[in-house]
Design a protein around this ligand. Structure first.
Ligand code: ADP
Ligand code: ZN
Length: 221
């Protein structure tokens, strides 16, 4: 049976990393509104320009835009054979988005199986994010201190020299992103707890330990 889950947590909690693993290991499909918006941003459209301005400051894009994006992807996603379920990564981020997701899922006869809260302390987030860069070609994630490339300027995985930093991975934007998280997204922890869907996972451990904790939630019931 496919399982649909939400990965919930502050910026830098490791949602994207774990989502990629779940895709590889369980045939799940990652729906990252951050990735979708970055795509829109680089599309050169008017909507893209508006989105870029908001994202680069670290603020949240309007609910209407992200709900529209998710709706589109939900239509396309589940068609694959051996479909393992959706991983919502970076969505929902507001109570309004959470309500919209519930409506969308109900309309499609789907259920939300678990909401996994990835817990990380704030100091760790700042360290993780301000050193972060990724390969523009294959998506591999690196860190200046904890995971540099073997050869400076070259991706270990694919050899590309197109290494990038996100425009919002700087201290100023990060402060705004954290504030947005605490003001608008963290109420979702209580929201899903009350619905009986919340499971907390320690996001500070090794990548494998975090993955194992998530697997335990997924394999239970
Ligand atoms: P992170 O969680 O590391 O901050 P994301 O890639 O998930 O990064 O999101 C980057 C930016 O995209 C956010 O700071 C915000 O501007 C925008 N964004 C992503 N998802 C949403 C959402 N569900 N609602 C509103 N804005 C969003
Ligand atoms: Zn690469």
């Amino acid at each position: 049976m496919p399982k649909n889950i939400i990965l919930l947590g502050p910026p830098g909690a490791g949602k994207g990393t774990q989502a990629k693993r779940l895709e590889a290991e369980r045939n799940m499909v990652q729906l990252s509104t951050g990735d979708m918006l970055r795509e829109a941003k680089s599309s050169g459209t008017e909507m893209g320009r508006r989105v870029a301005e908001i994202m680069d400051k670290g603020q949240l894009v309007t609910d209407e835009i992200v709900i529209g994006l998710i709706e589109e992807k939900l239509e396309q996603g589940a068609a694959a054979r051996d479909f393992g379920g959706f991983i919502f990564d970076g969505f929902p981020r507001t109570l309004k988005q959470a309500d919209a997701l519930e409506d969308l899922m109900a309309r499609k006869g789907q259920t939300l199986d678990a909401v996994i809260e990835m817990q990380v302390d704030d100091a760790a987030l700042v360290r993780r994010i301000t050193g972060r860069f990724t390969c523009g070609n294959c998506g591999a994630v690196y860190h200046d201190e904890t995971k540099p490339t073997r050869v400076a300027g070259t991706c270990d995985v694919c050899g590309s020299t197109d290494l990038r930093r996100r425009a919002d991975d700087n201290e100023e934007a990060l402060k705004t992103r954290l504030m947005e998280y605490y003001k608008k997204t963290s109420p979702l922890i209580g929201y899903y707890y009350a619905k009986g869907k919340l499971a907390a996972v320690d996001g500070l451990g090794e990548m494998d330990a975090v993955a194992a904790a998530i697997a335990k939630v997924l394999d239970k019931g």
